[in-house]
Design a protein around this ligand. Structure first.
Ligand code: 4NP
Length: 166
């Protein structure tokens, strides 16, 4: 059975599709196809059905990573469907917690909990109003987080759905 991981941000056109693309890329690179299923969603619905922001597509393409998924809003069924839900920032986490049934809340984690550098606090900053530098910074941050997340899931040190810190 594959582990299902959902990446969540506000708009689902910048941070979470980049995280999804990186995670899928790392899974493929490590020969782990079939072991993981990844998706992304937004707490907001302004961009539903749209592809990711062109700047997100560009920053990923530079590293050979494609971002094929289309924007969608988080659905209540996601809390049942996914084993692990990674919020990009504390606002996303708060919004998710507000609509998640209490017994499933331990599935929701901050992705920066998996940042091995952690030099910029606990949020992935929203690059939407930034430029290429902000998108590059976010990409590198998410690359560290996704690599650590996958390593912890593979080693069994992260029990999905468990609220204990990594
Ligand atoms: P994201 O960035 O949450 O990283 O996808 C945003 C994209 C769009 C908007 C906000 C944040 N928006 O307000 O349209």
């Amino acid at each position: 059975m594959s582990a299902k991981v959902l990446f969540v941000c506000l708009g689902n056109i910048c941070r979470s599709p980049i995280a999804e693309g990186i995670f899928v890329h790392l899974v493929r690179e490590r020969g782990l196809d079939g072991r993981y299923l990844a998706d992304s969603a937004g707490t907001g619905n302004w961009h539903s059905g749209e592809p990711p922001d062109p700047r997100a597509i560009a920053v990923a393409k530079k590293r050979g990573v494609s971002l094929p998924s289309l924007c969608r809003q988080v659905d209540k069924s996601d809390f049942q469907e996914f084993d692990l839900i990674l919020a990009m920032d504390r606002n996303n986490q708060k919004d998710l917690n507000a609509i998640c049934p209490a017994h499933l809340r331990s599935k929701i984690r901050l992705i920066r909990d998996f940042d091995t550098a952690r030099e910029r606090g606990t949020d992935v900053p929203d690059p939407y109003y930034g430029g290429p530098y902000e998108f590059d910074t976010v990409y590198e941050m998410l690359n560290r987080c996704c690599a650590d997340l996958l390593e912890k899931m593979e080693s069994g040190s992260l029990v999905t759905g468990d609220a204990t810190a990594p």
